[in-house]
Structure formats: C-alpha cells, structure tokens
Design a protein around this ligand. Structure first.
Ligand code: CO
Length: 216
C-alpha cells in the first residue's frame, strides 16, 4: 500500500473511535472553537503541539513555521496573532522552540539555503546580538541550543512590540506570554520565560494609551 493511503485509513479508524466514545463528538466540534491557548511552534515533524501537551481538538490554536519565528513583516504569523488575541481572546500565548532545531542550526552556518536565507536572516540577527554568550555555551550542540533559547525569548519580545498585544494587555490584562523549549531527547517541555501584562516594554516600541484604545 502507498504510504499516504495509511493516513486516510488511520483517519477512518480515528473517526470510528471518537464516535464510539461520544456519538455527538463531531456535532460538538463543528459548533465552534474557544481555544485558550495560542501555540507558535516549529514545523519540525517531531514537535506536534497537541500530542506533547496532551490536548485535544479545540484546545489550542496553532501556528507553526520553520524555527518558530514571529516576524513583524510576516502577514501569516501577524494574522494568527491578531485572530488569536483579538478575536479568540486566548489567555496564554506559547512560543515553543526545540533543542537541535535544524532551522537554527542552518542559520549558524555560512551556507546559503535558497529562498530560506531570508527567513533564516531573522535567526542570524539574534545570533549576532548574542554572539558572545552563544560562543561561551560549549560545543556545537550547546551553541545551537543556547541560540534556540535566546531566539524563543526574542520572539516573545517581537510579540510584545505589536499593538495587538499591547492593546490586549492594556484593555483586558491578558494574555500571558510563555517561552518554552521542547527536548527531543527526553520529551520534556522547559518553561523558560514568562511575561504578563505588568511586564515593561522598551519605550521605542511602546504605543501610547490613546493609540491602544483605538480599534485595531
Ligand atoms: Co525546528
């Protein structure tokens, strides 16, 4: 059997299992979503948001891209942030990186990767900013993993620079931002960084109260 066909078969088995446990499962699922969490993770196939967090359909709004970046010119991630924060009104935003990230590793080399160079440039900027600390983190694996952590922190800062986040913090005192890193070696999530609505934002990026009260 061709490999892709096993996915369709597995889907049928999944539907059967869900219905055997709860016969109105899909009827309920189709009514709408009220997820409390936004997950920004890496596209890496080994870090499935729902599976590593024990969550089920409807619980997490998910955005994944290479190396879990929040880039201010990326309409995709910015639209996700807007929808999750302003419309779904999530309580927590989680940026989750993972040790041994191939995107981060690639950005630390001097090789080119075609169109991905533009994307990886965002990681190179973080690498450049923290070069001393990263070089002091030991061997290649240690240096990659240090940049994985520092990049997650930088992405949280990138979210804090947006008006959508600043407005939600001002008007509704949510969401809390979390920076996590997943360990492929042990399956554990490290809870490394946290910012809540009382966290300070650098003045250069801060919108004034009047601007924050205006609709988005
Ligand atoms: Co990755």
């Amino acid at each position: 059997m061709e490999n892709y066909k096993s996915l369709l078969l597995a889907n049928k088995a999944w539907v059967k299992e869900k219905l055997s446990l709860q016969n109105d499962y899909f009827e309920n699922l189709s009514k709408g979503q009220q997820p409390q969490f936004l997950w920004v993770g890496c596209s890496d196939s080994r870090v499935p948001a729902e599976e590593v967090t024990g969550t089920t359909p409807g619980e997490i709004f998910v955005h994944r891209n290479i190396a879990n970046l929040v880039v201010h010119t990326d309409l995709n991630v910015q639209s996700v942030l807007f929808y999750a924060i302003e419309v779904l009104k999530v309580k927590d935003v989680i940026v989750c990186g993972h040790y041994g990230c191939g995107g981060v590793r690639a950005a630390m080399t001097q090789q080119h990767f075609g169109i991905m160079d533009q994307w990886l440039r965002n990681i190179k900027d973080v690498y450049h900013m923290h070069r001393g600390e990263i070089d002091a983190a030991g061997d290649e694996e240690g240096r990659v993993n240090k940049l994985v952590e520092l990049s997650v922190l930088e992405q949280l800062h990138n979210i804090m620079k947006t008006r959508v986040l600043q407005r939600a913090w001002k008007m509704e005192q949510r969401p809390t931002l979390h920076g996590w890193v997943f360990g492929l070696q042990d399956g554990l999530l490290r809870d490394l960084y946290r910012f809540d609505p009382s966290s300070s934002i650098a003045e250069e990026f801060r919108y004034d109260d009047e601007s924050l009260k205006k609709p988005l």
